[in-house]
Design a protein around this ligand. Structure first.
Ligand SMILES: NC(=O)C1=CN([C@@H]2O[C@H](COP(=O)(O)OP(=O)(O)OC[C@H]3O[C@@H](n4cnc5c(N)ncnc54)[C@H](O)[C@@H]3O)[C@@H](O)[C@H]2O)C=CC1
Ligand SMILES: Nc1nc(=O)c2c([nH]1)NC[C@@H]1CN(c3ccc(C(=O)NC(CCC(=O)O)C(=O)O)cc3)CN21
Length: 273
């Protein structure tokens, strides 16, 4: 649990405020780039995260950004208002880009991040592959993004998509290290949530949630009501981690349940260390 990070939407800021005392100071908090939000709301969310004593890490969703001006205005806004030094750059789900940026690299290549004083750039990792990229392309693109970030004088960070299958996550980490990608990695962990909510997010995010994967996670398809936490997933991950997996920390996706996630983390720390 040490050094964990969280993902909190702008709508979850009140819940984050309430849970502040239970979260470690300077915890990196990613703020996803949701459709339909104003830039003012996105900047205000990053600012609140900073004011609460955490490290804001706003998402930049390339395919949702309409123009270079919009991109740079937003970047300058979060730097000025929230002292942002870390950003997460991702393609985003729209099948057609809304503007000139079709992928993460096109944002990185503008040079705007290093000019704005950004120190760390997070990029997405795909432990279960990606709908439009082959496995080989996933690895090549990940490597070239990380190398480009380093060449620009910033530090790359790989933030993995969440998964329900700890074995798949461990296998992906091992392959990542075998391919010489020695960057820090954050493993995506679903927060405790209603089973229907988990299934909905899995579908939207392209994460496998077959009956056999869910069974490993501790969800039986015969009992679709109630909530499920990542206990088995984290137990299995921790038990399976070795030097071949390199340096990793956890990144929690609370899916709207910030207080439940923070309580789960506290409880896990107290009972399992
Ligand atoms: N929000 C999150 O925490 C995470 C989100 N993701 C999702 O993974 C996907 C890929 O992201 P990146 O690794 O940043 O890819 P990327 O920006 O490095 O792009 C890699 C290649 O895939 C193509 N591509 C990416 N998304 C596409 C889409 N929606 N439709 C058609 N072509 C697409 C790009 O044009 C490019 O050729 C995105 O849809 C993203 O939303 C992945 C991990 C974490
Ligand atoms: N492919 C992909 N696309 C994404 O957008 C995405 C990922 N992966 N991986 C995980 C993160 C988590 N994301 C999100 C997106 C929305 C909420 C959220 O709370 N949305 C609501 C509630 C909707 C609901 O419960 O269905 C909202 O009010 O906006 C949380 C996390 C986006 N993320």
């Amino acid at each position: 649990m040490e050094g964990y990070s969280l993902e909190v939407t702008s709508k979850d800021i009140p819940a984050l405020t309430e849970a502040t005392g239970k979260i470690w100071r300077e915890c990196p908090i990613a703020v996803p780039y949701l459709p339909g939000e104003t830039y003012e709301a996105r900047i205000a969310a990053a600012k609140s995260v900073r004011e609460l004593g955490f490290e804001p890490m706003p998402h930049f969703s390339a395919r949702r950004i309409e123009s270079r001006e919009e991109f740079e205005t937003y970047l300058e806004g979060v730097v000025r208002e929230a002292g942002v030094e870390r950003c997460f750059v991702v393609a985003g789900d729209p099948s057609t880009p809304a503007g000139p940026f079709s992928d993460s690299s096109s944002l990185i290549e503008t040079g705007a991040f290093e000019r704005a004083g950004i120190k760390v750039i997070g990029v997405g990792g795909h432990p279960e592959g990606h709908p439009v990229m082959s496995k080989a392309e996933c690895w090549d693109i990940l490597k070239s993004k990380c190398e480009d970030i380093e060449a620009r004088g910033m530090a790359p960070l790989i933030v993995a998509q969440f998964a329900f299958d700890a074995d798949a996550m461990l296998a992906w980490l091992k392959e990542l290290r075998e391919r010489g990608l020695d960057y820090p990695v954050r493993v995506g962990v679903p927060g405790p949530a209603g089973i229907k909510t988990l299934a909905r997010f899995a579908a939207v995010c392209g994460v496998s949630a077959s009956a056999s994967v869910l069974a490993k996670y501790g969800i039986s398809l015969g009992r679709l009501i109630g909530t499920a936490g990542p206990d088995k997933f984290v137990d299995k991950l921790v038990a399976g981690l070795g030097p071949e997996h390199g340096r990793i920390r956890l990144h929690f996706y609370p899916f709207g349940g910030v207080s439940k996630t923070v309580e789960w983390i506290e409880n896990y720390q107290q009972t399992k260390g």
